[in-house]
Design a protein around this ligand. Structure first.
Ligand SMILES: NC(=O)c1ccc[n+]([C@@H]2O[C@H](COP(=O)([O-])OP(=O)(O)OC[C@H]3O[C@@H](n4cnc5c(N)ncnc54)[C@H](O)[C@@H]3O)[C@@H](O)[C@H]2O)c1
Length: 377
């Protein structure tokens, strides 16, 4: 087994720049080629990052590519991942992994038949803040987790995105677009989900584009934008999840987990870093997430906020896992379970009932500072 795996990217849009810029931080992977249905997009990224621009077919046929990273839009994820596996390559996808459970199971059959790996973002749960929370839970700092609350709520995407149509169509909405970060982090912190209940609605039947050349145009809404769900975990914990694009302002924190003996305040799971607060009954502590390699600030975002961004850590962990012959953290069982939880929330809201999950998974292995450092060059 080579010590470095060749990486190809399909989908050269917005997020591809992060993967390509951050890949050199990680051991065991080398970005070599990229492709897009739009050849100009592939050529532009290739020129920017010193890669080979290819057609999708040529990239899939390239012998120096071991893992293909699927950064296409969510509706294309299943088909592109299927083609990656059929080409005999390992597949690593952006979120949401796929849109339905049958799609996930079909990819599993393909991978199993050829001994290939499937991985999927989000990998932000491998970030310093979320691993600090994980360590606190595993050390019993707040006792067994019995409940919690999560909120991912805003006024929506149409204010800033010039073409926000897809956000309001089936396959997106706040649950499928942002839910993966929250649900994946809950599963890594407290384990798999057993059943869900939900009420779902739409704040408005249309949304008005707020920027760009189409400013003022109305786009139709065809998926719930206001979702309040209850998740019962296999360990008995009950967590509420508010996911909405119909909220102008609110005062809730991103994630609070309640244990027998205390509370952990977990920052936004959309990011690797952030402030974790632990109240264990004896007072509040705020451990410094910069002691963990994936908490070190390495960029300033568009809003001028310092960020620790290690996107691609899940990909690097999958490459290392292939080389070392161990399970990878952003694994297929986890990604499949998260897809089922998200669809079950929408189904529970639509049918006004409790939905029991049919899939489960184990928690991905914790990533302590030494394990994170081992993924870095
Ligand atoms: N933009 C972000 O900040 C962000 C953050 C995290 C995750 N993501 C996820 O990453 C994925 C991509 O997001 P994005 O913002 O980069 O989207 P984007 O629309 O900017 O880019 C997607 C690219 O995929 C290409 N594409 C679409 N269908 C294709 C196909 N069948 N074959 C080949 N190429 C195809 C498009 O031409 C486009 O260049 C989504 O799943 C999204 O949820 C995005």
């Amino acid at each position: 087994m080579p010590r470095t795996l060749g990486i190809g990217v399909i989908g050269c849009g917005n997020i591809s720049a992060s993967y390509m810029a951050l890949a050199p931080l990680f051991k065991g992977i080398e970005m070599r080629a990229c492709a897009d249905v739009d050849p100009d997009a592939a050529a532009a990224r290739a020129a920017e990052y010193g890669l080979r621009a290819q057609s999708v077919d040529d990239l899939l046929a390239s012998p120096d590519i071991d893992i293909v990273v699927n950064l296409t839009v969510p509706v294309a994820h299943y088909d592109i991942s299927r083609r990656i596996l059929q080409a005999g390559k390992h597949s690593y996808s952006e979120k949401p992994f796929v849109l339905t459970l049958p799609e996930a199971e079909s990819l599993r059959r393909l991978a199993d038949a050829s001994g290939l790996r499937i991985g999927s973002a989000p990998d932000t749960f491998m970030g310093a803040a979320h691993q600090l929370a994980r360590a606190a839970i595993d050390e019993g700092r707040v006792g067994p987790i019995t409940g919690g609350t999560c909120h991912v709520m805003s006024s929506g995407m149409e204010d800033w995105h010039p073409n926000p149509d897809f956000f309001f169509q089936p396959g997106a909405g706040p649950i499928l677009d942002l839910g993966p970060y929250y649900i994946t982090n809950l599963v890594q912190l407290i384990g798999p989900v057993a059943s869900v209940a939900a009420m779902t609605g739409m704040g408005r039947p249309t949304r008005t584009i707020g920027s760009g050349p189409r400013m003022g145009q109305e786009v139709p809404v065809a998926t719930p934008t206001n979702i309040h769900a209850l998740l019962q975990f296999a360990n008995g914990a009950i967590v509420t999840l508010g996911a909405s694009w119909d909220v102008k302002a609110h005062g809730h924190s991103n994630m609070e987990l309640y244990g027998h003996d205390g509370t952990i305040f977990v920052p936004d799971p959309n990011f690797f870093g952030g402030e974790v607060r632990i109240d264990d009954g004896a007072g509040e502590t705020r451990p410094d997430d910069r002691d963990h390699p994936f908490g070190r600030i390495n960029k300033v975002d568009n809003h001028g906020i310092d960020r620790a961004d290690y996107r691609g850590a899940g990909l690097a962990d999958m490459a290392a896992a292939i080389i070392e012959g161990r399970p990878h953290r952003c694994g297929l069982d986890l990604a499949t379970h998260v897809v089922e939880v998200m669809q079950a929330i929408l189904q529970a809201g639509h049918e006004n009932r409790v939905v029991r999950l049919t899939t489960t998974c184990t928690r991905p292995e914790a990533l302590d500072p030494d394990a994170a450092q081992a993924l870095l060059v």
